[in-house]
Design a binder for this molecule. Structure first.
Ligand SMILES: CC(C)NC(=O)[C@H](Cc1c[nH]c2ccccc12)NC(=O)[C@H](CCCC/N=C(/NCCC(=O)O)S[C@H]1O[C@H](COP(=O)(O)OP(=O)(O)OC[C@H]2O[C@@H](n3cnc4c(N)ncnc43)[C@H](O)[C@@H]2O)[C@@H](O)[C@H]1O)NC(=O)OCc1ccccc1
Length: 224
């Protein structure tokens, strides 16, 4: 199972490429690359502080699509792996167990001095000190930026090589290597591939079946 920003849209979190999406307000080169963080760390911190605060406001919570994937996992214990491109914690809060955040988590922080990773719910800036080494100026959100290696790719590729079903939920298929997972599942493992998305994605042609509509409708309908 691969999920993207579309699964969290109905929980009140913006997607990236849709009308009025995040990348229509700010360019990814200015906030989601290592170079941007070197050039303008305070601007990057403000971007992630805003998204972290939005996630922690009470009215953003898992929706019926997140809950349906938890039911699927309970129905097929040990058989379901959810790989999310999302840095929010909605799958975690819904109770998903076998879950990989391949692009990191906004509620975690990484220290560039000592490489420690900490749970993080507060704002962060260039003066923030690392709870482990005490150094300031090296704290960054534990998220994967463009040009950086996604997390747990070995575990993901191993699952893609052996899966019988591959479902993609709420993703545009615009970003690699995630956008290529369907080809790997279909042609590497012979998996049956299903797209659950508001509209056809850039990778639509690689899927056997398509169920287009809001995630809170098409995911429970497919799972139950
Ligand atoms: C822009 C793109 C061309 N760039 C890339 O793909 C680059 C590589 C690259 C550079 N130049 C290239 C040129 C050609 C090809 C590739 C490249 N990729 C990388 O740099 C990656 C790292 C990329 C990670 C960047 N970080 C993110 N996020 C975390 C940060 C943050 O969040 O701030 S990416 C971010 O955008 C990606 C796409 O977003 P989606 O989740 O799909 O959201 P989007 O808005 O696009 O679409 C929403 C969809 O939902 C649908 N929808 C909307 N509402 C609903 C609804 N209600 N219900 C259902 N569906 C809905 C919409 O219809 C739509 O289809 C996600 O991965 C997301 O995490 N690293 C890497 O390649 O390392 C080396 C490597 C090489 C080989 C093997 C391994 C490693």
């Amino acid at each position: 199972m691969l999920t993207g920003a579309g699964i969290s849209k109905e929980s009140g979190l913006d997607t990236f490429r849709d009308e009025g999406g995040i990348w229509s307000r700010v360019s990814l080169e200015d906030v989601a690359t290592p170079d941007a963080f070197r050039r303008q760390p305070d601007f990057v911190h403000r971007f992630y502080n805003d998204r972290r605060r939005q996630l922690l406001t009470g009215d953003v919570r898992p929706n019926a699509a997140h809950d349906a994937l938890v039911r699927l996992e309970r129905e097929w214990p040990g058989e379901v792996l959810v790989v999310t491109q999302n840095i929010d914690d909605l799958h975690d809060r819904a109770g998903q167990q076998n879950l990989i955040h391949m692009h990191g988590e906004i509620l975690k922080a990484l220290c560039l001095h000592c490489r420690a990773v900490h749970d993080w719910r507060a704002d962060m800036d260039t003066a923030t000190a690392c709870p482990s080494c005490g150094e300031a100026g090296g704290m960054r959100p534990q998220v994967v930026w463009f040009g950086e290696m996604p997390l747990e790719l070995e575990r993901i590729f191993a699952a893609l090589d052996t899966c019988s079903h591959f479902l993609a939920v709420g993703t545009s298929g615009a970003v690699q290597p995630a956008a290529g997972f369907v080809q790997q599942a279909r042609f590497g493992a012979g998996a049956h591939c299903v797209e659950l998305n508001l509209e056809p994605s850039d990778a639509s042609s690689a899927f056997h079946d398509h169920h287009h509509g809001p995630a809170t409708e098409v995911v429970p309908a497919y799972v139950d």
